[in-house]
Design a binder for this molecule. Structure first.
Ligand SMILES: Nc1nc2c(c(=O)[nH]1)N[C@H]1C(S)=C(S)[C@@H](COP(=O)(O)O)O[C@H]1N2
Ligand SMILES: [Mo]
Length: 533
């Protein structure tokens, strides 16, 4: 068995030196095999559970971010469009060197090899989590990779150490050769399984990667109709009020998708089916070739409670659905379009809303100047002013089935929600926040109000159940967007409750009758309680 002297060979002992060098080489191999197995397991876990959590891609992206500009330019100058290949080869070589070092360290200075493995795994997990869209689940593949690599490294190096002192094979059929063979078999098997898992992981996730890559490369076509300019007077300068346009990163997200569908736009198509004279099928390229229109539309969720924040306002770019339906020619009797997403979710939208000349119901591809974010429906979603999202705003849309309300029901209708969901007149106080404290004097009260597709005529604020006071409305963008308002409150000391109500352009006053969000949206008035000193 291994004697202590084999670790510290005496000078002049040629056989031992060679053997030692051989063992170090084998340890390096074991390190590479363990790393390969870990990476394979990690990539497989990523492909199956968390595509955004690929340790390999995350480290690659981190390196791209960290490499100084002049190096990138040099690489591009030298290798042109092969720059990605250069990156991958460099990363693979770097990883191999690290893995070999981990193997050798684990042999001579345990547990330093494991420490190095865990540090590398930690770096991968950090790289994944440092991306803005990362979720906790995305850390899993990196952790899997780290654990598999560390465990295998320990097992393989323990085997290697247990092996008898290396002797030239021709010295006879000693246990050494058998042990070495077994060690090599384990190492080879680990490396091979790792490589296979790595390839399967890459193949499985190729489709999902294609979506990310395509989105990154895609530049929105210029609109043929630009959104009406937003009047400067539509935004009031009050700290804490919701911005007039909601940034994509702050836009609420609601869907049933455990994992965001990742659609490669080159494989995407939209079919118009059902009660139509001509079924229409359209590719992403077909859609982009059509004249696209910009419009600013507020989107809100039926589950938004009074005063809630499941509402956002964006400038969308898309193609009017009425034009598409005009090509399909709905047949007599059709009164609903059941839109379906790639992951099988459905929404029921009244046909008359989608064919309305005066409504910007669109197949959207852009959101605030960029391609739809993956979680907001990339590559294509519906946006329909005047209806809650659950009956209109299908993300990752792939089919419009023209049908009848008495023939089909949509996802949420089957779960107790109304088959129709027009947006209800509502208003919200953004500042002051409930529980806020302020000094006596003039306090600015401000917020937003919406009566989508009808428009807001007025907003009133009430203090402690007193008279309704007229708030000042900011300019409107259109009837399809929320509207900011402010009111200067002459505040006196004490605890006060402020309430807000809106009146729509048709003269309807927002009701104070409280109704829950189910089945077709909440009603009631938003209120905040504040303390004035
Ligand atoms: N495919 C799909 N589309 C969907 C949903 C969904 O669950 N799946 N949820 C809808 C609901 S209830 C709302 S309120 C809006 C929210 O859109 P957002 O996440 O872009 O804000 O998307 C709608 N579109
Ligand atoms: Mo919703």
């Amino acid at each position: 068995m291994t004697g202590p002297d084999t670790r510290t060979p005496s000078p002049g002992s040629r056989a031992r030196k060679t053997g030692n060098r051989g063992r170090t080489g084998l340890a390096a191999l074991a390190g590479i095999a363990a790393a390969l197995a870990g990476l394979g397991a990690g990539e497989l876990a990523a492909a199956l559970l968390a595509p955004a959590g690929s340790p390999v891609l995350a480290v690659g992206a981190l390196v791209i971010d960290l490499v100084p500009g002049w190096v990138k330019e040099l690489v591009i100058a030298l290798f042109g469009t092969n720059d990605k290949t250069v990156l991958i080869v460099t990363l693979a070589l770097g990883a191999a060197v690290l893995a070999a070092a981990a193997g050798m360290l684990e042999l001579v200075r345990p547990p330093l090899g494991r420490v190095l493995t865990v540090a590398a795994g930690g770096l991968a997990v950090f790289a994944v989590l440092s991306r803005s869209s990362a979720s906790t689940l995305d850390a899993l593949p990196g952790v899997v990779a780290m654990v598999v690599a560390a465990v295998l490294l320990t097992v393989l190096i323990t085997r290697l150490r247990a092996e008898t002192a290396p002797a030239p094979a021709h010295t006879g059929p000693g246990g050494a050769t058998v042990d070495r063979r077994r060690f090599l078999a384990y190492t080879g098997t680990s490396a091979a399984l790792g490589a296979v898992a790595l390839v399967i992981g890459q193949v499985v996730s190729a489709g999902t990667r294609a979506a990310d890559a395509a989105r990154a490369l895609f530049t929105l076509p210029a609109p043929s109709v630009t959104a009406p300019a937003i009047p400067p007077a539509a935004s009031v300068a009050v700290d804490g009020i919701s911005p007039l346009i909601t940034a994509n990163a702050d836009f609420y997200r609601i869907d049933t998708a455990l994992q965001v569908p990742r659609i490669d736009p080159s494989t995407w198509s939209l079919k118009v089916t059902g009660m139509v004279e001509n079924e229409v099928e359209m590719s992403f390229a077909d859609l982009l070739a059509l004249p696209l229109e910009e419009s600013t539309t507020t989107l809100m969720c039926v589950s938004n409670p009074v005063g809630g924040d499941l509402i956002g306002n964006a400038t969308w770019l898309g193609y009017p659905i009425r034009n598409l339906l005009a090509r399909a020619v709905p047949t007599a009797g059709a009164d609903m379009v059941l839109s379906r997403s790639q992951d099988g979710w459905t929404a029921s939208t009244p046909l008359e809303v989608l064919t309305d000349e005066n409504r910007n119901a669109i197949l959207a591809v852009g959101m605030n100047g960029v391609p739809l974010p993956l979680e907001h429906g990339y590559p294509v979603r519906l946006v329909v002013p005047g209806l809650y999202g659950y009956v209109s705003a299908t993300k990752w849309v792939v089919e419009l089935n023209v049908t009848r309300f008495d023939q089909h029901t949509a996802y949420w209708t089957d779960r107790g929600w109304s088959e129709r969901g027009p947006v209800k007149l509502s208003s919200r106080i953004d500042v002051p926040r409930s529980g806020a404290r302020a000094g006596a004097g003039t306090v600015t009260v401000a917020g937003v109000a919406w009566a989508q597709h009808t428009g807001i005529r007025g907003v009133q604020v009430q203090v402690d159940g007193g008279a309704w006071e007229e708030a000042t409305l900011a300019a409107a963008i259109s009837a399809d967007t929320w509207r900011q308002w402010t009111w200067s409150w002459p505040a006196t000391a004490g605890s006060h409750t402020l309430r807000v109500r809106a009146t729509d352009a048709a003269g309807l006053v927002q009701t104070d009758v409280r109704q829950d969000v189910i089945p077709d949206g909440a009603t009631g008035l938003d209120e905040v309680t504040v303390t004035i000193k």
